[in-house]
Structures are given as C-alpha cells and as structure tokens.
Design a protein around this ligand. Structure first.
Ligand SMILES: [Zn+2]
Length: 385
C-alpha cells in the first residue's frame, strides 16, 4: 500500500532503503517495506507497507495470543519496568496531569499503574491477554479495542485530562483517523503524552543488557511493526498539522532512545470578536451620519455613486431620503441607476435641493468643485465639523 507522508501528507517518496527480510511461508506478518524520505518535508517513513486488512489481521491475531503466559503468572519484563518508571518521572517533572487518565495501547496496564491511587485510570488495547493481566495484577477494568470509537468511554462521552500514547504512534498507518478519534476524548485543558522511538538517538548496544531489546537487536527498529520513524522535527510537523501545540518535547535514552512529548489542543483564534468590534465601531460612525440625514426634509442630491455611497445605502439610513439623483464625476456611471435613482454628471444638477457629499476621501475636492461651479445649493458634508 502506498502511503502519503504521515508528517506533512505529501506524496514525494525517495527510497532510502529497500527493507526486505527473509520471511517464512507461514506465521510471518510480511516481508518488508521501503524506508523512504519525504521529498517535501524530509521526514522518513515506511512506504509500500502491507494492505490495511493484512495489518489488522496481524494485530488481531497477536492480540489473542498470550505469548506462552497465563495472566496470573505474567511478569512485565524489566525493560518495560525501567522504561515506564523513567516515563513517570519525566511526566512528573514536565507536565501537569489533571482529570482522568486514559492510556491508548495500555497492554497490561503497567505504565498506567504508575498513577495508581493518584487519579481515575482507564485504558484500552487490542490485546485480550493484556486485559486479563491488567485486571488480575492492577485491578484495572480496561477495554479490548483497536480504536477509541470502539470503547465504552467514547460511547459514554467521557473526557480525559491526560491521554497516554506510549509506543503506539510508530505503528499507526492511518494517522488522520487515529487522531480524529482521540481529539474528542481530550477535555478542554487536556494534554496528550506521546512517547515514540527517537531516530536521532538510535544506537546498537548488542552486549549491554541495561538497554531495551529495541536497541540491542540490530535493525529491530526497522522491523515489521514500525512504520513511522520520528525525530523531534517530524513529530512536531505532524502534530502541528493535526491541531496540536507542543508543551514540551525531549529526547531521552535511559534504556531506550525515545522522544517524550506533551501536546495540547491548539486554541482556536477568536478573530470573530475583532470583526464584531470593528462593525460596531463603524455602526457608530453611520449613526452620526444618520443624525445629520434625519435633519434633512425634502428632496436631495447625493454626490458620489462609488463605494462610499454603496456602503451608506447598505448600512445607514441614506435609502430613506428622497434622493432625486446621484451625482458622479466618473462618466462610467452615467446613464445607470443606483437604488432606482438616476446617476447624473455634475453639469446635470438643475434643482435647488441640498447636496449630500457622500465621500470621505474626496469630500474637500467635491465641496471645492461645487463652489467653483457657482451652484447655490446647500452643501451637507458627513465628515468633520
Ligand atoms: Zn512529508
């Protein structure tokens, strides 16, 4: 399956690595993909990945497996325990956790258990085995689900103050649909914790047992399940286009090279209030014009058929006047009408009626022209004095 860039959505892949391992005929997920660089943004991701059905079938099969363990004798591996402790410490130091906690992809609930007793905790994961362990070891009642919309939390409209995505986003093929589901789960001041492998710090540490398997086994970072390869730059680009603002993003490598990051929903612009204020202020100016026009009784000329008059007819009470004709120096208008009244040239002024000068920019020159034409009509200006 061809994929648009998960970070910027362009499709301009340049192959960096044809990543094809030797797969057995049975029991294997797939035999590889192309590691590509996006020509538009420089991010790196897996293209030509298996079709969604193949991926879904794989995760659904995985999720049913107990990997040889029974829930009551399962122990979280040391690598996970060390990593999760470091994550909790980082979050405590860098984020303000409020409200209910939701972990997406919580597996056995070990990471969520770091907040046990501090907050209300919820989680979901495709793994049935993970759910059994979560219940047995930590007393968490988690949902078995692939997508947030398949959880009871989604159906009940529960909102969360802290949503955890730890080692999940690097597996996700359809980034848009995934985050579209998560957004409604965050309450207004909610934050999202994302932890993903950090490509800027990957290192092979084959013989050092202190480090996580992903760093110890060569090329495991480019294994079957990982299809997005994040740097701070590509993660930031992706989250920005998804409507999130970075609170903090940091490289960590306690036992595994990861990006620890906290995101909040980007606040909407409140630009409409600025427009409303401008319209209100303009209405006050039109109201001053109205006061002048209300003092006029009987027929009038309006000098000007351009934008100023067109807006006056829209916003002010000018349309209520008994307008004999609009006077306009620009001959392009002559012979036409405005609001059913003729538009005439200055030379055609014949009646003794007052002339309203409907212009700010040309007010003085129109007044001077009326004077130079020797017209005796009363001249009413809208601006000044
Ligand atoms: Zn891109």
């Amino acid at each position: 399956m061809k994929r648009n860039c998960p970070y910027c959505t362009s499709y301009d892949p340049r192959v960096l690595l044809v990543n094809r391992w030797t797969a057995p005929t049975k029991g294997s997920f797939h035999d590889g993909y192309d590691v590509v660089e996006c020509g538009a943004c420089g991010g790196v991701y897996a293209d030509n990945i298996p079709d969604p059905e193949v991926i879904n079938e794989y995760y659904s099969a995985q999720s049913k497996k107990a990997q040889g363990w029974k829930a009551n004798d399962y122990a979280d591996p040391d690598g996970h325990i060390f990593l999760h402790r470091a994550t909790k410490k980082w979050v405590d130091e860098n984020a303000e956790v409020k409200g209910k906690i939701l972990e997406i992809g919580c597996f056995t609930g070990h990471l969520m258990s770091m907040w046990s007793g501090e907050r209300e905790i919820y989680g979901y994961d495709p793994s049935r085995f993970g759910r059994e362990v979560a219940k047995f070891k930590y007393g968490f009642d988690t949902d078995v689900a692939n997508r947030f919309r398949d959880t009871r939390f989604y159906k009940n409209g529960v909102k969360f103050g802290f949503v955890i995505l730890s080692h999940v986003v690097e597996h996700i093929a359809d980034i848009e649909a995934f985050f579209e589901d998560i957004r409604p789960a965050l309450d207004d001041t909610g934050i999202l914790y994302i932890e993903v492998p950090d490509i800027t710090n990957w290192f092979p540490a084959a013989d050092d047992a202190h480090y996580h398997t992903n760093e110890r086994e060569p090329m495991l970072q480019l294994g079957a399940e990982h299809i997005n390869y994040f740097s701070p730059s590509s993660l930031g680009r992706m989250m920005a286009r998804l409507g999130f603002e970075c609170v903090k993003c940091e490289s960590r490598f306690d036992t595994l090279a990861v990006l620890s990051s906290v995101w909040k929903l980007r606040a909407k612009s409140d630009d409409a209030k600025h427009i409303a204020k401008y319209v209100d202020n303009c209405a006050a100016v039109f109201e001053r014009h109205n006061a002048k026009m209300r003092a006029i009784s009987g027929p009038v000329y309006v000098w000007g058929a351009g934008g100023h008059t067109q807006r006056m007819m829209q916003w002010s009470e000018m349309g209520k006047l008994d307008i004999v004709a609009f006077v306009e120096s620009n001959a392009d208008y002559h012979g036409g009408t405005l609001a059913g009244r003729p538009i005439i040239g200055p030379a055609e002024i014949g009646g003794p009626y007052p002339i309203i000068v409907s212009s700010l920019m040309y007010q003085d020159s129109i007044v001077a022209q009326i004077k130079s034409m020797g017209l005796k009509n009363q001249v009413i200006t809208l601006y000044g004095r």
